[in-house]
Design a protein around this ligand. Structure first.
Ligand code: SF4
Length: 381
């Protein structure tokens, strides 16, 4: 039988081997290669409403969003980009559909990257105008193929936006952009079908080394969208595919960032705060742990450090989980055993449990050489 410390060691060290993709600079960030997988989101305000969009971008930055995309449906939205660029430090991506002139103008206004769906930009000559402008500005283009806006002729050929149609669209559009001598490319292939997205993205990743942005498009409201996104994005990440991610949810985009980091952290690909391990509770539960979990979650939400905190309802799995966490409690009748770094520290009564546990977490974090709070980090931005 394997001892707990060995299991813990293996859990900590397990890493996903990532595909080696080309490095691409987006503003002050670099993606691809061995660079961290970045978390993106997209504002859902009208971009031309500068005040509202700026407030949302700031909220996203506070949540640690690393790249933000804004929809650019008109000239007012293009102009807004120049103002955002003066006030925020994270890269701003302009999302363009249909009109190449908006892409050209967005580049002039300082966009750090342009996302186009060449399928709806139309003539090659118009795509060329965007490519030439991006090349001169030294910014990348994302070729974002989406099942909802696939070229009609490919839909007819394949009988719908199936994975092979998405792959052909991607390869064809990359070829068009490359034919203008442009290789500063990021790719995304998205469908609201998890399986189609996985299938198409794997096929494209086999034949190209451009960085890939992952997401399940139009995945739905917060709960079901989180599930779909986690399922699809995780399968691809586990195969080593993906250089940036966006979790598309209907609702506050801050949730997209929270879920995005959650996915990356659960696969050991990024560290973004504590990992709370708590049991689902059942009829054996000796102490109601739900309020304790809630309080611990609130108290530790601003920590950057990836400490493992276990809160367990009874002795069945409690001592085992609490022992392999950095800090944990395993509840028994009216009391709990507190563990730190695999060792029993003390027994506490149910009454003292919450306060003692929170104090011990604080002490653990204070002693850590890596301690960093997100609010400190924010003040530097
Ligand atoms: S640890 Fe105990 S209370 Fe929690 S789910 Fe398992 S058996 Fe139930």
């Amino acid at each position: 039988m394997m001892c707990f410390s060995v299991i813990s060691y293996l859990q900590d060290k397990k890493m996903i081997r990532r595909n080696k993709t080309k490095e691409i600079r987006i503003g002050n960030r670099v993606i691809g290669g061995t660079n961290p997988i970045l978390v993106q989101s997209m504002t859902n305000t009208y971009t031309g409403n500068i005040g509202k969009t700026m407030r949302q971008i700031r909220k996203l930055i506070r949540a640690d969003c690393e790249i933000v995309r804004v929809a650019v449906p008109d000239i007012e939205s293009c102009k807004a980009i120049a103002l955002f660029k003066k006030k925020v430090h994270i890269p701003i991506i302009a999302d363009i559909h249909f009109d190449y002139r908006l892409a050209v103008r967005a580049i002039e206004e300082g966009a750090d990257k342009i996302r186009i769906n060449p399928g709806n930009i139309g003539k090659k000559a118009n795509i060329k105008k965007i490519v030439v402008k991006a090349k001169n500005a030294g910014i990348p283009l994302r070729i974002g193929v989406n099942a909802g806006s696939l070229e009609k002729e490919l839909c007819r050929k394949y009988g719908g936006p199936v994975p092979d149609a998405l792959v052909e669209s991607t390869l064809r559009n990359v070829e068009i952009v490359e034919s203008f001598g442009f290789h500063d490319i990021v790719i995304s292939i998205k469908s609201s079908s998890v399986l189609d997205t996985i299938d198409a993205t794997i096929k494209v990743a086999r034949v190209m080394d451009y960085p890939i942005h992952l997401g399940i498009t139009e995945s739905g409201p917060i709960a079901s969208g989180t599930i779909k996104s986690a399922a699809g994005i995780s399968v691809l990440l586990h195969r080593g595919i993906g250089d940036t991610i966006r979790v598309s949810l209907t609702g506050d985009p801050v949730s997209e960032v929270v879920v995005g980091y959650g996915i990356l952290q659960s696969l050991n690909l990024r560290v973004h705060g504590p990992d709370i391990i708590s049991c689902p509770t059942c009829g054996r539960m000796e102490v109601d742990i739900a309020p304790i979990v809630k309080k611990v979650e609130q108290r530790t939400s601003n920590l950057c450090e990836n400490i493992k905190i276990a809160i367990m309802g009874c002795i069945v799995n409690g001592p085992g989980e609490a022992r392999i966490a950095d800090i944990g409690i395993a509840c028994g009748k009216g009391a709990a055993i507190l563990f730190k770094k695999g060792k029993i520290v003390k027994k506490v009564s149910e009454k003292e449990m919450l306060k003692t546990f929170l104090d011990e977490i604080d002490t653990l974090v204070e002693k850590s050489p890596r301690k960093q709070r997100k609010d400190n980090k924010k003040s530097r931005k």
